[in-house]
Design a protein around this ligand. Structure first.
Ligand code: NAD
Length: 297
């Protein structure tokens, strides 16, 4: 008999992820507060449920993909933990604060709970090529890996409970900081009269090389697949980068860690979001550095 999966939160990311569970032959029951989101999941082969309680009632695996920590805490405390069968594998794939992930895991006695946030956006969710970083007990990890594989390009065991979220925010803080460095350098190259695409050729083969430059170049042209070639539409939204940078700063303050570059990145993305560019890809920051915001439609 196929494995019974309950999928809670089938929005932009969850829709494709649930569809890939169906494609892997699992019996997926979905629930979302939005009927439009639920209809899309049903069209992809999920069975609809009328509530979280109904969705999880006979589930072997429960996957949540929700906006933020407060939704995750509430749904687990009031709906999932009182209604899911004991022993079920509970996987939260949302990006949330480390404390909420740990608090939910500690509440989940009698279950196997793991935090498993993802790297990759809506296209990777649809294609089943997300990277998962899992925080869970070592002994439970093989079960988490097997449950996540239909949605994944790669699955990592990051460490104990909360480590998945820790890995996610550290990675995204690094990405936010490196993108700003790339934008600033390209803007300076231009001001100094250097052709930015020539600078790209040089830096991408020199010590300035990094993913933000060579795989996601904010200057239109050198990297065909980059959002800079599509008016900075799609990609990884500034608003989501800002969310992750805020989570990183919150975690750093609690841990007493000095993250001055992360703090600066948060402030700059906050400014950019406040100027109305939250729905643009985060590499559009290049145009702020160039003083050419008018080039963003
Ligand atoms: P989304 O808003 O499109 O989807 C979230 C869904 O959860 C919505 O459909 C909403 O109706 C539903 N929901 C909210 N509260 C609920 C509840 N109590 N019960 C049932 N359903 C409920 O968001 P998304 O873009 O799919 O992101 C989901 C998570 O993934 C977030 O934590 C986000 O930070 C993370 N993430 C997003 C991306 C991305 O590119 N969109 C990439 C990586 C990680």
């Amino acid at each position: 008999m196929s494995q019974r999966v309950a999928f809670i939160g089938v929005g932009n990311m969850g829709a494709g992820m649930a569809a890939n569970q169906v494609k892997a032959g699992r019996a997926v029951t979905a629930f979302d507060l939005s009927s439009a989101a639920l209809d899309k999941a049903v069209a992809a082969g999920c069975k609809p449920a009328g509530s979280v309680a109904e969705a999880v009632a006979d589930a072997e695996v429960v996957i949540t993909m929700l906006p933020a920590g407060k939704h995750v805490r509430q749904v687990y405390e009031h709906d999932i933990l009182p209604n899911a069968p004991k022993g079920a594998l509970l996987i939260d794939c949302s990006t949330i604060d480390v404390d909420s992930a740990r608090a939910v895991g500690e509440m989940a006695t009698g279950f196997r709970f793991g935090d498993a946030p993802v790297s990759g956006g809506i296209m990777a969710a649809d294609a089943g090529t997300l990277a998962f970083m899992v925080g869970c007990d070592e002994a439970d990890y093989p079960a988490f890996e097997a449950a996540l594989t239909p949605m994944a390009r790669v699955v990592f065991h990051a460490g104990a409970l909360g480590s998945g979220q820790a890995a996610k925010i550290c990675n995204n803080m690094l990405l936010g900081v490196s993108m700003l460095g790339v934008c600033e350098s390209l803007a300076l190259a231009e001001k100094l009269g250097l052709d930015p695409t020539r600078f790209f050729d040089i830096a991408s083969k020199s010590s300035g090389q990094c993913w933000s430059l060579t795989s996601y170049c904010p200057w239109p042209g050198p990297v065909e697949a980059a959002p800079s070639n599509r008016g900075y539409n799609g990609g990884f939204l500034t608003a989501l980068m800002l969310k992750d940078l805020k989570l990183a700063q919150e975690a750093a303050a609690k841990a007493g860690a000095a993250t001055p570059m992360g703090a600066q990145a948060e402030a700059l993305y906050q400014l950019f979001d406040g100027l109305g560019y939250g729905q643009k890809d985060f590499s559009a920051m290049l145009q702020l550095m160039r003083g050419k915001l008018d080039e963003l439609a």
